[in-house]
Design a protein around this ligand. Structure first.
Ligand SMILES: NC(=O)C[C@H](N)C(=O)O
Length: 486
């Protein structure tokens, strides 16, 4: 049962082949059996899940159920969930019980999904390996000595190990796509503004975007249908009609123009990844796509610009964690300054502190023009590069990451090296365009992700291409060994 797609689970629930309570129990058992090793969950909520499953079964019985009713999923621990700890992977929020529900999780609740729990993540989503979590690293189910990617590493590992049917993630610089690539699942970062950010703990507000992480593009389309929609509580939410995300899935790819950015297939790309992506390109050509070399000339400026902008926004967003109203508070503060100082010094981990300091510096008088303003100009140049490319091609294809999942601890003392793993994903956040990552094969037994980037609001097209590719290949159905029922 845990190998089934969302559509298959949905029809099993609707035909009463299985109840939501049974399905929820099955996944809870898998979490219990396998998560001791993987550490993909920070909090498991069995009682709440079974309560929601019973409500779903009632809806399935009285005919008011929708396509996602009764399906057990998990949420990245960055989404506020009412009455449930929402830690954001940090000691700072270890004791924080969210008093309200985020827009995305509320929409998924309204669609009838069951929440199994909250998934592990890099602290405040700052990381690419899930090693900065206060709750310990997540392990990659394909090789437990390796990282699953980050920052949505818990969601990725849980979906890859089939501990839940699907999960939510967030992507500021690649946090949905990079771990999806490293764990062999499909993840969609929508256009900035497509999904509401309300109730997501803010990291870099001009870049953050939630999205689905699932087995396949078809599953992501079903989730998007429930997740998307205008929200007046998020001032950057775009008031545009929500399309039918499944409508175009079966469209043939004949005549599709796919661009290969020269700069993404250059120095630094592991040969084993290049081979796998080369084969995926041939497959897309066999499906009717036309491939063309393109250029994104400012791509190499993306990482420095991103780390200035993201850190600047983080330094501002994270100033709210001061030990006064909620979150971690140091013991016996001598005065208000001591309370601020020690609560923040003790509550935040190293990577978060590093970014707060970098961001504060970049925004300070005298340096603002040299760093922040420059970074904003680069951001515009990167956006313009994409706009020019989309005059020539419909979508842009690349690997998700330059190398496969690395070993735990390998890059922990070298943050710049770690930042470089996001080289192909960060540009989409700076430009605000959508991107999807999907499994394209294996290199030395580890999943390799392919990324497709599209024009603003082209999610239906990205899902279409990914689905057509998944109809012709079976990479997305492969599962790691050792996770059978026992
Ligand atoms: N949050 C993200 O999208 C991950 C990115 N590696 C970062 O640390 O900012």
């Amino acid at each position: 049962m845990h190998e089934k797609s969302l559509a298959e689970l949905s029809s099993a629930l609707h035909s009463k082949a299985i109840s939501s309570v049974e399905l929820t129990e099955l996944y809870l058992k898998r979490v219990e059996q396998h998560d001791g090793t993987l550490n993909s969950f920070i909090t498991v909520t069995p009682e709440l899940a079974l309560e929601q499953a019973r409500a779903a079964d009632a809806r399935l019985a009285d005919g008011t159920a929708g396509p996602l009713t009764g399906i057990p999923i998990a949420h990245k621990d960055l989404f506020c969930t009412r009455g449930v700890r929402t830690s954001c992977g940090s000691k700072m929020l270890d004791n924080f019980i969210a008093p309200y529900e985020s827009a995305i999780t509320q929409r998924l609740l309204d669609a009838g999904t069951v929440m199994l729990g909250k998934t592990n993540m890099d602290e405040f989503a700052m990381g690419s390996s899930n090693e900065s979590s206060f709750y310990g690293p997540v392990r990659n189910p394909w090789d437990t000595r390796r990282i699953p990617g980050g920052s949505s590493g818990g969601s990725a590992a849980a979906v890859a190990a089939r501990l839940c049917a699907a999960a939510t993630g967030t992507d500021t610089g690649g946090s949905i796509r990079q771990p999806a690539g490293f764990t062999g699942i499909t993840g969609l970062k929508p256009t900035y503004g497509r999904l509401s950010r309300w109730g997501m703990i803010a990291y870099a507000s001009s870049l953050d975007q939630g999205g689905p992480m699932a087995r396949s593009a078809e599953d992501c389309a079903m989730l998007m249908q429930a997740m998307a929609g205008f929200d007046e509580r998020d001032s950057t939410s775009v008031d545009q009609p929500v399309p039918d995300y499944s409508a175009e899935l079966n469209k043939p790819l004949a005549g599709l123009r796919v661009g290969l950015p020269r700069e993404y297939f250059a120095e630094g790309l592991d040969a084993s990844i290049a081979d796998v992506i080369g084969a995926a390109i041939t497959q897309l050509q066999a499906l009717g796509a036309e491939v063309k070399d393109i250029s994104l000339p400012n791509a190499e400026l993306a990482i420095p610009a991103y780390y200035v902008i993201a850190s600047a926004e983080a330094s501002s967003n994270l100033s709210r964690f001061d030990g006064v109203r909620f979150g971690y508070r140091c013991e016996n503060p001598t005065d208000l300054n001591d309370l601020y100082l020690r609560s923040r010094a003790e509550g935040f981990g190293d990577e978060v502190k590093r970014r707060i300091m970098v961001g504060t510096y970049a925004l300070s008088a005298g340096y603002y023009d040299a760093y922040y303003l420059q970074a904003q100009k680069i951001r515009r140049m990167i956006k313009n590069d994409f706009m020019a490319a989309f005059d020539e091609v419909d979508v842009i294809l690349s690997p998700t990451s330059p190398a496969p999942a690395f070993a735990l601890g390998e890059k922990i003392d070298d943050p710049v090296n770690l930042y470089l793993t996001d080289i192909y994903t960060i540009t989409a956040n700076l430009a605000g365009i959508p991107g999807i990552a999907l499994p394209a094969g294996f290199a030395s037994g580890l999943p390799v992700g392919m990324q497709l980037l599209g024009r603003y609001f082209s999610e239906p097209q990205l899902l279409n291409i990914a689905h057509q590719y998944q109809q012709a290949t079976d990479w997305h159905t492969r599962t790691p060994a050792g996770l059978e029922e026992h």
